[in-house]
Structure formats: C-alpha cells, structure tokens
Write a protein that binds this ligand. Structure first.
Ligand code: UFG
Length: 326
C-alpha cells in the first residue's frame, strides 16, 4: 500500500483529499499546525500537529512513515490578507515549502503534488485560461505560488523531484457523504457567505457591478471540492507510476458571475439573498475560467459536479448541518 503524507490535511481541500485517498486504498498521514485547519477534519486519520518550519521533525516523519509521496496543501489562502501582510504569506507559504522540500530531500521522497492556484495568472488575456498563459500574479498570495512552482521546475531538473502543480479555480461545495465542509475563519469566499447571509439575515456586500462582464459582476469557475480532491488522487497515482512533472488547471470550464451565483443560491435555498452592492475588491480579476482540457486528456479527470446548482446544494446541506449544531 502506498503511503502519502498530506500537509495541511486538516483544511478544507486537504481533508477532503485525505479522506478520499483513504477510501481509494492509500495509507495516509496528515501533518497540520491547526493554525487554520480543524482537528475534527482528520478524525480517523493518523495525524501529527506540526508546522512546516520544523524541517527536521518533518524529515523524521517522512522517513519513519516511509512516505512514497507528499501532497502539499499547507498554506495561507486569503488574497486580501496577503496584501495586508505579505511577509506572513512569503514566510508561511514559501518558507514553509522550502522547509518541506529540504525535509523531502533529506528523507529521499521524490514525488510531490502541489496546491497551486488560478491566481498565478493574474488578469489573463485569454479566458478560458490555458496552462501556457504567462505567470502574472496581481497579489502576494499568487506570487507565493509562482515562486514555489518556479522552484519545483528547478528541483525537477537538478534534484530528480517529480511534481504536479494543480492550479485550482474556486473550490466550493461539500462532500455529501462526509461531515467535512468549508469552515474558514474568517470566511471570505462567496458561496458560504451567501448562505450565511440567508441564515443570519445580515446582507452580504457584492464587490462591484461595473466590471466589463455581461451583468457587471466578476466571473469565476466554481469547482466542487470532491472534483478537486479526485484530481489530487489522479495526480499522485500518475507520479507514483513514473509520470513526469507537470502543471494542470482544475476547473469546470464554465464561468458564473457573482449575480448568477446569487440566483443559484436563491433557487437552492428558496430564500432571497439579502445583499448590497459595494465597491470593487482590490486585486479581483474580472474573469477567471479554466481551460481544463489538459487534465481531462492527460489524467482522465472528469468532474462529477459540473452544475453550479448541484454544487450549491451540497454547500447548503453542510451549512444547514453546521447551523443546527452551532
Ligand atoms: N465576492 C463578493 N462578496 C464577498 C466575497 C466575494 O462579491 O463577500 C466576490 C468576489 O469579488 C469575486 C467572487 O465573489 O468576484 C469570488 O470571490 P471569492 O473570495 O470566493 O474567491 P476568489 O475568486 O477571490 O479567490 C478564490 C480563492 C483563491 C484563488 C482564486 C482563484 O480564494 O485562493 O479563487 O480563482 F486564487
């Protein structure tokens, strides 16, 4: 049985992937410092509380567990926070990854799946975005991921580290078969905030309706977290089978405007979303939609939740469970 070390496995995408790996027959160990993740997300999975800066301890875990590969989620992800505190993002995301890479080198682990982001493309000229689009991040968060992808290119060439970078678009939804869901604190993402606005009655601010898009609001590619998790399983299987280093977009290929998401939420919940229109949020590109043909073609990935309404239904199920228990 292949052993996978999952960093950041107590977070939203990491925990869904860790549990899916277990269901697919992998041996899984999670490391997470719980600064943003939740211990309840790793119930039933071997877990060690560790910050990535503890390189020696990480190398010990990798060697003792005889890890065959690492899937590396552990990172801070809030674009706004990265503009307010770039030092934190460079130190946690880039510094943490350098420490992990050193530990992997020490333990001779040569396979890595890396959480990258659509934010590496900034304001792309071609949408849907192909992987060949140039790196042009417009915030420190996106830059941290560019820096890491760049390092991985050099380590492929000179250290024999084979890696796959998965560039996520807008992760959302929850696994109908588990209790895992999106629980960021503070929450900054559109779908959980729309659902919360319905639950609390407090209006959400929509950031700008004067973009050059059909209804004036920003367009994003909302991808179900289980489809993202499935992409990680395919990527790690590919590397373990001797696959080469690569990078893939992970999105549905369909864009939805903020107002279209509002309407989907209203349809699913049967409630009106209370909202106001505010100014644009700095650093928001008007449109980010993936061209994910390469992932489909190369790794045989196929999204199970291509429809936004189905995705919102799963997010709503989770929000209802959560508001019933909190
Ligand atoms: N939005 C609002 N009001 C809110 C929150 C969001 O109008 O209160 C809008 C945003 O302006 C944007 C859209 O909803 O147009 C989606 O915003 P999110 O904050 O949910 O997601 P982002 O597109 O900003 O970012 C997400 C991830 C990033 C990743 C990016 C890639 O958080 O890590 O997707 O597409 F880089």
């Amino acid at each position: 049985m292949k052993k996978i070390l999952v960093t950041g496995g107590a977070g939203y995408i990491g925990s869904n992937t860790a549990h899916l790996l277990v269901r697919r027959g992998f041996d899984v160990m999670v490391v997470d410092d719980l600064s943003r993740g939740h211990a309840h997300n790793v119930a039933g999975i071997p877990f060690r509380r560790l910050n990535l800066s503890e390189s020696g301890a990480l190398a010990d875990v990798l060697a003792r567990e005889k890890a065959d590969a690492v899937i590396h989620f552990a990172a801070y992800i809030a674009v706004g926070e990265s503009t307010q505190n770039p030092e934190l993002y460079f130190s946690n995301n880039v510094g943490g990854t350098i420490s992990l890479l050193a530990a992997m080198a020490q333990a001779k682990v040569k396979r890595l799946v890396f959480s990258s982001t659509a934010a590496v493309y900034g304001m792309p000229k071609i949408v849907p975005i192909p992987e060949e689009s140039p790196f042009a991040p417009v915030n420190p968060y996106g830059e941290t991921k560019v820096m890491i992808e760049t390092m991985l290119g050099w380590l492929d060439q000179y250290s024999g580290l084979r890696s796959i970078a998965l560039r996520y678009f807008n992760a959302c939804g929850s696994d109908p078969e588990s209790d895992l869901g999106e629980e960021h604190d503070p929450e900054t993402h559109l779908i959980p905030l729309l659902l919360k606005a319905i639950v609390t009655g407090n209006p959400i601010t929509l950031f700008g309706d004067d973009y050059d898009t059909p209804d004036g609001t920003c367009i994003r590619d909302y991808i179900h977290v289980m489809d993202l998790a499935a992409a990680h399983v395919l990527a790690v299987e590919n590397l373990l089978a001797g696959g080469a280093s690569d990078a893939f977009n992970v999105g549905t290929g369909t864009g939805h405007s903020v107002l279209q998401v509002v309407r989907a939420v209203e349809e699913v919940t049967g409630n009106k979303v209370p909202y106001t229109i505010g100014p644009r949020r700095p650093g928001d590109p008007p449109s980010l939609v993936a061209n994910s043909e390469k992932l489909k073609r190369t790794l045989g990935w196929k999204p199970k939740f291509p429809d936004l309404t189905d995705i919102v239904k799963t997010a709503w199920q989770f929000e209802q469970k959560r508001s019933a228990t909190s």
